[in-house]
Design a protein around this ligand. Structure first.
Ligand code: NAP
Length: 294
């Protein structure tokens, strides 16, 4: 049986026009979960600013938002670069107003055994996922502190922030930082009217998943049966959670991490299943300190 399926796409628990005349700035909003979250805000009346690097992703996000009838601006931006982030906010303010809501969604990830990971791979993932998330939050908050206006930040996390993530040590460490940073920022910026929360998606397969992540997912044959809910998440369920957290009905929620994963991150075994190494799960042979160049 498992957990019930959600209402249809297009439905919402929030009143129509909840985000009318408000602007939402979302990083990585042209693909996957970011696009789904952006679409839910657009359906509820928000103007959207989608910020990321790849023009094709930006176009895909723009098309999705336009279909809802909402207004959208795309801003090419690398969240690791503070100037690039500041420019994106300048463009957003020129077209709309200072965005009231920030969805800090962009991240980088790919599975690799820790012993095979290059220092550069580690640095890149941490730089995008943790440092980039801070750079965007900082720029957004400084503008609101100056303007003395209330605002809401939702950082997108991951449950291996608590459990660790075999094969994802770079991303798991970065997401642990994102969750912890959420708590510091919520306390620091609460007095200025800025809510800071974290939203953790469980398993939400989507068409934009990178080849590496897709390949990793294919290692589990029956995805529904791998979940206590006996189903994976529907991307709209994450969009509903994000719109609730940024809505007037969640004003007293801050410093919180909301997990939307059908209990997937909890321990689920009575007995202890045998451990299989990450190398084995990924079909890699024995460790070779000097692998042949591809
Ligand atoms: P995705 O499709 O790979 O999206 C990542 C987005 O981040 C892309 O749109 C990418 O756009 C953007 N991005 C990456 N590096 C960037 C940079 N340096 N500057 C600006 N933008 C950058 O991933 P997703 O599955 O939708 O995941 C979205 C969020 O949910 C991530 O934070 C992820 O960690 C989290 N999450 C996802 C799942 C899941 O099941 N899908 C589970 C747990 C957590 P460009 O390439 O255009 O820059």
């Amino acid at each position: 049986m498992g957990l019930e399926h959600p209402p249809e796409e297009g439905e919402s628990a929030l009143p129509e026009g909840t985000f009318k005349n408000q602007t939402v700035f979302i990083t990585g909003g042209g693909t996957g979960l970011g696009k789904a979250i952006a679409t839910e805000f657009a359906r509820l009346g928000a103007n959207l600013v989608i910020a990321s690097r790849d023009p094709e992703h930006l176009k895909a996000g723009e098309d999705a938002i336009k279909k809802t009838g909402a207004e959208v601006l795309t801003a090419q931006c690398d969240i690791r670069d503070a100037d690039s982030v500041a420019n994106a906010f300048n463009e957003a303010q020129q077209k709309f107003v200072l965005p009231k809501i920030l969805i800090n969604n962009a991240a980088a990830n790919f599975p690799v055994p820790a012993e095979d990971m290059s220092p550069n791979a580690w640095r890149t993932v941490v730089d995008i996922t943790l440092n980039g998330t801070f750079i965007v939050a900082r720029e957004f908050a400084r503008r609101h502190l100056e303007a003395k206006t209330p605002a809401s930040i939702i950082n997108i996390g991951a449950s291996y922030a608590w459990t660790g993530g075999p094969g994802f040590s770079h991303s798991a460490a970065a997401k642990a930082g994102v969750k912890n940073m959420t708590e510091s920022l919520a306390v620091e910026w609460g007095p200025y009217g800025i809510q800071v929360n974290c939203l953790v998606p469980g398993l939400f397969p989507h068409d934009d998943m990178t080849k590496d992540i897709q390949k990793n997912l294919e290692r589990t044959n029956e995805k529904d049966l791998s979940q206590p809910a006996l189903r994976v998440g529907q991307v709209r369920e994450l969009g509903w959670a994000a719109t609730f957290l940024a809505s007037p009905y969640a004003r007293f929620i801050s410093g919180h991490t909301l997990v939307v994963d059908g209990a997937n991150w909890q321990r689920r075994h009575l007995t202890m299943p045998a451990v299989t190494s990450v190398r084995e799960q990924m079909g890699r042979g024995d460790f070779d300190p000097n692998p042949p160049k591809k």
